[in-house]
Ligand binder design. Structure first.
Ligand SMILES: [Zn+2]
Length: 138
């Protein structure tokens, strides 16, 4: 194996890892929006309007509080304003989105089938969490 070949291989692997990191971030961001739908849809709150807020103190969240996974970890799972615990489920849902995006593109490549599988996982996660919340209220 020539030195050039090894450098080429390493570059291809690095590019692939970078692409998958981008897919993870996109998937986590999309599922972050699903958290909004899961919370607001059953409560009949319009989810296209209004900024995100703390469910305890109702303080409007800043952009730095809305970075999927990273904000929750950096705040140690607590609200920046009232210190109340923020459920880990938001980060879990965001992580599921990232994992779903990476797994579907690894299996199907960057093709419409990967997008379809990702979309199905998004619908399933939304429906399961809404039903779970409904059952928990009873
Ligand atoms: Zn708060």
């Amino acid at each position: 194996m020539s030195r050039e070949y090894i450098i080429l291989e390493v570059t291809i692997i690095a590019a692939r890892v970078l692409i998958e990191l981008i897919f993870f971030a996109i998937g986590a961001s999309i599922f972050s929006f699903l958290n909004v739908i899961i919370y607001r849809l059953p409560r009949k709150i319009q989810f296209t309007l209004g900024k995100s807020m703390c469910t305890s103190c109702h303080h409007e969240l800043a952009t730095k509080d809305l970075i999927p996974i990273i904000s929750w970890i950096s705040l140690k799972g607590k609200c920046r304003y009232c210190g109340e615990k923020i459920s880990a489920r938001y980060t879990i849902v965001e992580s599921l989105g990232g994992i779903s995006a990476v797994v579907s593109t690894l299996i199907f490549g960057i093709k419409p089938m990967a997008a379809l599988v990702f979309l199905i996982s998004a619908v399933l996660v939304t429906v399961v969490y809404i039903i779970y919340d409904k059952l928990k209220q009873k």
